[in-house]
Write a protein that binds this ligand. Sequence first.
Ligand code: ACO
Length: 465
Amino acid sequence: AKNVGILAMDIYFPPTCVQQDNNGIIINLLNFILGKKEALEAHDGASKGKYTIGLGQECMAFCSEVEDVISMSLTAVTNLLEKYKIDPKQIGRLEVGSETVIDKSKSIKTFLMQIFEKFGNTDIEGVDSTNACYGGTAALFNCVNWVESSSWDGRYGLVVCTDSAVYAEGPARPTGGAAAVVMLVGPDAPVAFESKLRGSHMSHAYDFYKPNLASEYPVVDGKLSQTCYLMALDTCYKCLCSKYEKLEGKQFSLSNADYFVFHSPYNKLVQKSFARLLFNDFMRNASSVDEATKEKLGPFSTLSGDESYQSRDLEKVSQQLAKPLYDAKVQPSTLIPKQVGNMYTASLYAALASLIHNKHSELDGKRVVLFSYGSGLTATMFSLKLSEGRHPFSLSNILSVMNVAGKLKSRHEFPPENFVEVMKLMEHRYGAKDFVTSKDSSLLAPGTYYLTEVDSMYRRFYAKK
Ligand code: ACO
């Protein structure tokens, strides 16, 4: 099979969300008149601009008590099959990436089999992949490798990346989010893998982990996780560059890719990451680095690796220098991550969806480099080649099926108090049995699955609106 990659995709995120900040006096005034409550920043007592400018986030989606990773995946998979008119019997592999643990043994994939069993298709390989935010990439690679392999039976692969990212109260809480992204994998794809262009970095770190099996919340060393992310980025980029250079006999630099798409825990880290790649190009003496950049980054060339991660000046200067390139090559992929928050395994692919949403008509023939990071830690940088494709597997059809603008617009904002209440309720519900939910689906779009009950045997029941 040739040009294996993503044929079709769709995204689902909960309609329930909380604003990071009410930007501007007019909106504040309006909210006051309407009796609307303050946004998360003020509610948490954070200084003005900390979440919106400091973290670069705008809004955060969260699962209400009737939604979870299983309901979001059921919705996303059903929607994709229906909207692209895919016969469920044509799926030969189904892989799920997630770090949201609902069951320590039974995979999310097996819940999704309900969709396929109805059509008499149980011949579907694949289970769940887990390592923090990286599981979706592992699942995607498994599907792509399967289609490229001798065990491929000619059917499609299906990848689901889904998470509900929630943090305990504290500085990490505003970096939550929730979503499910689903991708159909096969040959002759409009979003094709350049499979030889990949660099990975895997190592042992305690930056973000979930050792407490009684809690949904992670243990996070925030500062360490930022450094781990940037170190993994550097190593992966160097690895990808050297592979490209061996293959093509010429240097790889930022100028060789049209877009860069990053795993997005929060937007500020994406800004820092791209600036870091420019610093890498400077240190590797890439011919694409202009004189002004060379001059301004010169003073930092003698820093040791460790020092360079700690230098606030380097961070500031390189971000300023990278700004025009960031606006052109990165900004178009940041929409959904800023509006929905960290979706863990789905974050990177929600960023890719944002790029297609914003640039669909300009993507033919373009190279997109993606960086996937999962704490603990596992990371890969890899390359995709885009083409318009043929209906139904075309970029323009992906754009219209995803309907990103429509989904963002039809959300319901909640005051932080309600969000906190939901978090408290979910703390009690996590790992619990014998309860029924409110079954309130009034905010959900038609066709959305939702949780109705967990019985005395911990069996979960869902309904479709
Ligand atoms: N106006 C503008 N900017 C502000 C303001 C303000 N009023 N107040 C603070 N800031 C800036 C800070 O200067 C800082 O920016 P900088 O990084 O450019 O210096 C930023 O806001 C964050 O503030 P800090 O005090 O440095 O950090 P905080 O204690 O709030 O924690 C963190 C931030 C570490 C990201 C936390 O939210 C966290 O732990 N998140 C989860 C971990 C995570 O996402 N890690 C990333 C990789 S791992 C993963 O994907 C899960």
